[in-house]
Design a protein around this ligand. Structure first.
Ligand SMILES: NC(=O)c1ccc[n+]([C@@H]2O[C@H](COP(=O)([O-])OP(=O)(O)OC[C@H]3O[C@@H](n4cnc5c(N)ncnc54)[C@H](O)[C@@H]3O)[C@@H](O)[C@H]2O)c1
Ligand SMILES: *[C@@H]1O[C@H](CO)[C@@H](O)[C@H](O)[C@H]1NC(C)=O
Length: 436
């Protein structure tokens, strides 16, 4: 994985059932649908319930872990005039020149930071997130209450696979841009729950593109691909022209497929699309499935950590990129995105299509990472060095960002080289995660 847990990840790379909870987006979907229909005549209600049950069991049918009951939310549903006016308020830019952006995955690590940054600078923002249980949902809820609510960003709780919901949002608000960050992330988890990757990264992407392409004035799309698409490519640094046809994980394969799907929609419907290949993003409010996060936790608990090595003691390193730099890259991609040319599903001319690396261009080895954490935590880590298993991770990631400098202009050019970690982030992170 290029990124996320990859790194050093094996500490808990053997995914235990308790650690990763099944994605329950389909449950949310049904539930919302049921609540949404309650005002219809009885017959419709019952046939809807009946159909929903069929769909429900259909989704449950793969031999997945039974979903715990707490996955069903009873507090939120969509619809109603209060709900609509909150969306409209959140969508309103401060001035006439501001953008109106739909941010998917808004309760996620990058989505929360990007939404807040857009809102702060005056853009209108509507968030969308299904709050799935891939990692501790309290962290997602806290990002919502402590970052998003405070900045005035309303987050719709729903799934990108919910066409009815998406159509409703696009009917309520005229979005100028979509920042699509919702996805099933993580490399190793793909061996535990492969279908969640297909559902969110393929089905969900197509569903979103379908709704976007049929909208009257199509928004421009900026979305998250990943450095993992470089897969077994051994030439460093990675440049956008390098081959990306040898994915090392199902996660990478779905991101690569997403890039091809995006190209088809750009070609057929005139959608303006920018795919950003993020390189291992770190920072406050980060993801607990990533190495810097769980290493910190284990070091503080005096637990042994496993450090990966390549064959012949080869270095494992990641091009760690600080969250603020990624957010700047996203905003700049939005600002430099040209308009989509299509309208209501009809292409009116060629539209912009870009794929751009967003990385720090200075890989940090796992050993270095651990020594930085030891210094910050003032605790010596108990280390065990093991050979990196070949189950998704690649040895080194290193971004060539000359295209980003050119395309995203000054904004990214100003980004200073960041060293890892820039400050006490890992420690803060640990505190945050375990206090909430
Ligand atoms: N963090 C990194 O290092 C990194 C690197 C490369 C690419 N990316 C990509 O960047 C994006 C954001 O990553 P992140 O680190 O913030 O991950 P994250 O898991 O914290 O955020 C993703 C959010 O999307 C939501 N989501 C997932 N499936 C959904 C669905 N079907 N409908 C609605 N919401 C859904 C999740 O609940 C989550 O809050 C992802 O597309 C990821 O693949 C991240
Ligand atoms: C980065 O990529 C560009 C082409 O996109 C190339 O001209 C340049 O030499 C590359 N830089 C390095 C250090 O490989």
């Amino acid at each position: 994985m290029t990124q996320l847990k990859p790194i050093l990840s094996h500490v808990d790379n053997i995914p235990s059932a308790g650690k990763f909870k099944p994605d329950k987006s389909s449950l949310y979907y049904i539930h919302h649908r049921l609540r949404y229909q309650t005002s219809l005549p009885k017959l419709t209600i019952w046939s809807t319930i009946f159909l929903s049950l069929i769909v429900f069991f259909f989704f449950l049918s793969p031999p997945a872990t039974p979903a715990p009951r707490r996955g069903l939310r009873t507090t939120t549903s969509y619809g109603g005039s209060g709900w609509e006016s909150r969306i409209k308020l959140s969508a309103k830019p401060r001035s006439g020149t501001g953008h109106t952006v739909l941010v998917t995955g808004a309760a996620g690590f990058i989505g929360a930071h990007a939404s807040v940054a857009l809102k702060r600078r005056g853009d209108g923002v509507v968030g969308l997130d299904n709050f799935n249980h891939y990692y501790d949902i309290t962290l997602k809820k806290s990002r919502k209450s402590k970052l998003l609510d405070r900045a005035g960003v309303f987050v719709v709780e729903g799934d990108i696979n919910d066409v009815v919901l998406l159509r409703k949002l696009f009917g309520l608000v005229h979005f100028t841009h979509v920042l699509h960050l919702a996805a099933q992330a993580g490399v190793r988890y793909a061996m535990v729950n492969p279908n969640s990757y297909i559902r969110s990264n393929i089905d969900g992407l197509v569903n979103l593109l379908e709704v976007v392409k049929s909208s009257i004035a199509q928004p421009a799309i900026v979305w998250a691909s990943s450095s993992s698409v470089y897969g077994l490519n051994s030439k460093v640094s990675f440049s956008e022209k390098d081959r990306t046809d040898q994915p090392a994980s199902l996660y990478a394969a779905t991101k690569k497929a997403g890039e091809e799907i995006a190209h088809a929609y750009n070609h057929i419907y005139g959608l303006s699309i920018t795919g950003l290949r993020f390189f291992t993003v770190y920072g406050p409010w980060g993801r607990p499935d990533m190495a810097y996060f769980f290493f910190t936790k284990d070091i503080l608990n005096r637990k042994q950590i496993s450090i990966f090595e390549g064959p012949n003691h080869g270095t494992i390193a990641r091009d760690f990129t600080y969250i603020d730099d990624i957010v700047k890259g996203c905003l700049s991609a939005i600002d430099t995105a040209k308009k989509s040319t299509g309208n209501g599903g009809k292409k009116k001319g060629e539209a912009q299509f870009r794929i751009i690396n967003l990385g720090n261009t200075s890989p940090v080895s796992v050993h270095k990472l651990v020594s930085i954490l030891e210094k910050l935590l003032k605790v010596k880590a108990k280390k065990k060095v093991v050979l990196m298993p070949r189950n998704g991770d690649v040895p080194i990631t290193h971004a060539n960002i000359s295209l980003a400098r050119m395309e995203l202009g000054r904004v990214l050019g100003e980004v200073k080289k960041t060293s890892f970690p820039r400050n006490n982030l890992a420690v803060e992170e640990y505190g945050l995660m375990y206090r909430v």
